[in-house]
Design a protein around this ligand. Structure first.
Ligand SMILES: [Mn+2]
Length: 343
């Protein structure tokens, strides 16, 4: 495995590196940390697919980089690696099972499988700059690495009490709002997203966004506010529809935005005794997220695979957080089975 010092040296020598990054706060912050420090990266955001595949070779040909970095993506296709003809550094913290060689790979889980600290944490270790950006990515991925150091520097953005769980920062502090800003500016068309990313590259402090002190901060806040209004209506509806039952079911449809993972995360934080099922209806499918909490002890992967048996759909993920998609006509059956199995 390549180490961080070697990665830093390779980046410093590179003339025109190209970065592919995941479209969530951790992926975005990893890219921002590197670009803010070195100011020579071309950034490409990877939407809608967990894998960097040969469709992106075109980007490599267009840009002719001398180095490719891949940040926070769980998979790179063999064809991409074969056809790139450029050295590739891959920094990730998902399961290393998809790594088959051909690239310089950094993944903390190769040393210790329990160490899955986010990619923005490791990028911060490379750049040593912009702690608050690193913190956005870290909290966005439900971790608290660097939190003590962060708290000393930004006393006014987080409470003085001891924080035990990342969602406490995410949903109950001013800094959590910043994490939501980063998450919400990624919603919508790729072209617009790049404009917001270039605004973020000009932002120096979180206060610029929170109190809309600069023009860039104002524009970012306005975008956040617009998306947040839609998000909040969905959140309120989900809460109203779910008073009684142990299983909270909320389905919605929206042309531009998907909120399934944000909604399910916030709902499970607010209602840890329940199981949360959030689905977005799109075309003939319902696609969404399933959540339970550690305190309830309800383990989702087995429930999910049993509930999908014989239906047209797929799903999987972690013990208390899963994703799924299922044909619309099968959704009620799917939901009823989950309901039965958690009683
Ligand atoms: Mn991540």
């Amino acid at each position: 495995m390549i180490n961080l010092r070697e990665i830093r040296e390779i980046i410093e020598k590179s003339q025109n590196p190209l970065v592919f990054f995941d479209d969530d706060p951790d992926g975005l912050c990893s890219y921002l940390l590197l670009e803010k420090k070195y100011k020579k990266f071309k950034g490409v955001i990877l939407k809608n697919s967990p894998v960097l595949d040969e469709r992106y070779i075109l980007k490599v040909r267009q840009y002719c980089p001398d180095l490719i970095l891949v940040l926070d993506k769980p998979m790179i296709s063999d064809e991409f690696i074969k056809e790139a003809h450029v050295p590739i550094i891959w920094i990730d913290h998902h399961s290393p099972e998809n790594f088959h060689g051909g690239v310089d790979y950094f993944n903390p889980r190769l040393r210790d499988d329990k160490d899955n600290r986010p990619v923005s944490y490791w990028c911060y270790k490379i750049t040593n700059d912009n702690l608050w950006i690193a913190m956005v990515g870290i909290v966005g991925d439900w971790h608290l690495s660097c939190y003590t150091q962060f708290k000393k520097k930004y006393k006014d953005l987080v409470p003085s009490k001891i924080i035990k769980n990342p969602p406490e920062v995410m949903f109950d502090t001013d800094f959590g709002k910043i994490v939501k800003v980063f998450s919400f500016i990624l919603k919508g068309r790729a072209g617009d997203v790049y404009e917001y990313i270039s605004l973020l590259l000009n932002i120096r402090t979180p206060y610029e966004i929170l109190s809309q002190k600069s023009e860039a901060g104002k524009m970012l806040y306005e975008k956040f506010d617009k998306v947040n209004k839609v998000y909040k209506t969905f959140l309120e509806k989900a809460i109203l529809e779910s008073r009684e039952d142990k299983l909270v079911v909320f389905t919605y449809s929206h042309k531009k935005y998907s909120f399934s993972s944000e909604l399910s995360n916030e709902l499970i934080y607010r209602y840890p005794d329940k199981v949360i099922l959030v689905g977005r209806e799109q075309n003939e499918e319902v696609k969404g997220s399933l959540r339970s909490s550690e305190s309830s002890g309800i383990e989702l992967p087995s429930i999910l695979s049993k509930s999908l048996e014989g239906l047209e759909g797929q799903g999987g993920g972690h013990t208390f957080a899963c994703g799924f998609h299922v044909k619309k006509q099968d959704f009620i059956k799917f939901k009823n089975r989950i309901q039965k199995s958690i009683r």
